[in-house]
Design a protein around this ligand. Structure first.
Ligand code: AP5
Length: 211
């Protein structure tokens, strides 16, 4: 497997870029946030365990997340090109990936966005209720108000994008981020990227890094 980890604050654009890479360049996008939201919608066990943490803007316990990602990676063919979006978020999660040679990340890309932009990006975000395509009320509105360009389903706001939960998510990120960056830096796998650029420019940069 070729595994790229996307690191960055909530709202830094990881999901937006990973979805384009999957659509246009054949990568497999594994988003732990998307997996958890799907599990909540389907009422399955991991979703029930995760919901109270997500609603409060807290991290879901490592043991739950490690089991979820190991199962997801275990289902993929060994030659897959994978983008991990939202995992690892703690050093314990990074160590779990590294323990198994088959799931050891090849590189980590850190999306750098100034803090003052994140709140606006997150509270203005809307997502497709069916395919998860992200939009923004100002920066990236859909062509037809309230309707997903990609699949025609309704666009909604994520419950954890309310201002109070966003504030907590950003606090949690700030406590976990530096040790994780240090972990990948020490392994000589970290690439820092200015992610405060238009979506298409950032995508071109990522394609260069990944090719
Ligand atoms: P998750 O869904 O992973 O949320 P997140 O990391 O907080 O990331 P986001 O999805 O909020 O941001 P993003 O970087 O993908 O930004 P996006 O591209 O959408 O996790 C949710 C919750 O699940 C967590 O809080 C936690 O509880 C739990 N969880 C998940 N994984 C876990 C783990 N490993 N361990 C423990 N718990 C876990 O963009 C944001 C907005 O900006 C959009 O509106 C978009 O249109 C806009 N935008 C994007 N790019 C640009 C650009 N270049 N210019 C202008 N606007 C842009």
């Amino acid at each position: 497997m070729d595994i790229t980890v996307f690191l960055g604050a909530p709202g830094s654009g990881k999901g937006t870029q990973a979805k384009i890479l999957a659509k246009d360049h054949g990568s497999i996008h594994l988003s732990t946030g998307d997996m958890l939201r799907a599990a909540i919608q389907q009422g399955v066990d991991v979703g029930l365990k995760a919901k109270k943490f997500i609603d409060a803007g807290e991290l879901v316990p490592d043991a739950v997340m490690i089991e979820l990602i190991e199962k997801a990676l275990g289902r993929l063919p060994s030659q897959s090109k994978i983008v991990l979006d939202g995992f690892p978020r703690t050093v314990a999660q990074a160590e779990a990936l590294d323990k198994n040679a088959a799931t050891r990340p090849n590189r980590a890309i850190y999306f750098m966005v100034p803090d003052e932009l994140l709140l606006e990006r997150l509270t203005g975000r809307r997502v497709c209720s069916k395919c998860g395509q992200p939009y923004h009320v100002k920066n990236m509105p859909p062509k037809k108000a309230g309707i997903c360009d990609a699949c025609g389903a309704t666009i909604v706001q994520r419950p954890d994008d309310s201002e109070s939960v966003v504030a907590r998510r950003l606090e949690v990120f700030a406590t976990q981020n530096q040790p994780l960056l240090d972990y990948f830096k020490n392994a000589k796998k970290l690439k820092e990227l200015n992610a405060n650029t238009p979506v298409d420019e950032l995508q071109t940069e990522l394609v260069k890094i990944l090719s």
